[in-house]
Design a protein around this ligand. Structure first.
Ligand code: BTN
Length: 326
């Protein structure tokens, strides 16, 4: 059986959504017999698809396999640029490493790297990021915006807004953002973002936005050390979540908000970010490499810098820190 035709058939049916497509039409489109189409449907069922045969109307897909293979993510993907190239891997050390390599080799703006499993997933401040097989979304996105390097941290905030909106659209859940890059439910973390930069004298060559979303883990799937501080969308919603749809929505909102950013600057994104913030107005502790400050988080500047007012009335700009909500 020709696997490319099977994949193309799956794409065709996924794009048709709830609308059945007749066997004859598929046979004509693919230039094969109706029997061949029927055989491909059986093949798709073996691959984990749920195919419904609607009397006199044709076939439609009820369920697709829980895989983030490129052709599945790209079927009915709404973006113009982000995700047009997707590198999918069953396993890698870290999608950040692969994305850095591809960016250096000239991969286009909007290239996405996705892995089912990372053996050396990394977080901010050189921390380890648990990336168990098939339970989350582990991906890195290469962007090539024409902005100066000091604006790079703003993209972490843009990505955070995009992820919160995507989670809301797919699950109905309202997450909040802890400055700069944690997406929380209550005090538990469901998502982290790691923005890295390739730049030279001419400016930003590539931004690598690493996104890790805990999607379908149960409590015991997390390391004992993080069970009380980590959560997943499944734990929050009480049901398994479709990872393919969530990836598509993240890529879609990331494109929408990066376009808005490029057109109108950070100001509209700042308003959106503040609307989802778990930090603003709260008493926090900010641990930095040289000092720790405590006070009230008053807001973020137009550049995405956190404004912290300490008890002595002084306002401090925080560029990078580990934040604890008190
Ligand atoms: C953090 O909260 O510290 C950031 C976590 C970022 C994790 C993602 S998973 C995909 C990409 N690959 C990595 O190794 N890290 C990022």
């Amino acid at each position: 059986m020709n696997i490319t035709v099977t994949h193309k058939l799956a794409t065709r049916l996924l794009e048709a959504g709830s609308e059945p497509v007749s066997g004859q039409q598929l046979a004509d489109e693919f230039g094969v017999s109706r029997t061949a189409i029927w055989k491909h449907m059986k093949e798709l069922e073996e691959m984990g698809y749920g195919i419904e045969s609607v009397r006199k109307k044709g076939y439609r897909i009820q369920k697709s396999p829980d895989s983030l293979e490129a052709f599945l993510v790209q079927a009915d993907l709404k973006t113009k640029k982000i995700g047009k190239r997707i590198e999918y891997m069953e396993q890698c050390a870290s999608t950040q490493i692969v994305a850095h390599q591809l960016a250096q080799e000239g991969a286009p703006d909007g290239t996405v790297v996705i892995a089912e499993l990372q053996t050396e997933g990394r977080g901010r401040l050189m921390r380890k990021w648990d990336s168990a097989k098939g339970q989350g979304i582990w991906m890195s996105i290469i962007l090539r915006p024409d902005v100066p390097p000091h604006k790079a941290p703003q993209f972490t905030l843009v990505a955070a807004v995009a992820i919160v909106r995507a989670i809301q659209s797919v699950t109905g859940l309202e997450a909040s953002i802890k400055w700069p890059n944690d997406i929380l439910f209550g005090t538990k973390k469901a998502t982290g973002i790691l923005t890295e930069l390739q730049s030279d004298a001419d400016g930003i060559q590539a931004l690598i936005i690493g996104i890790g979303v805990n999607v379908n883990q149960e409590r015991e799937d997390f390391d004992a050390a993080v069970q009380d501080i980590a959560t997943s969308l499944r734990l929050e919603s009480g049901q398994p979540i479709n990872r393919r749809e969530l990836v598509q929505e993240i890529l879609h909102f990331l494109e929408v908000y990066t376009e808005l950013y490029i057109e109108k600057g950070f100001a509209p994104l700042k308003i959106l970010w503040e609307g989802h913030s778990a930090t603003i107005g709260k008493a926090i502790r900010a641990r930095m490499s040289r000092e720790t400050l405590e006070g009230i988080a008053e807001g973020i500047t137009e550049d995405g810098v956190l404004q912290l007012r300490t008890a002595d009335g002084k306002l401090h700009g925080i560029y990078s820190a580990d934040i604890e909500l008190k």
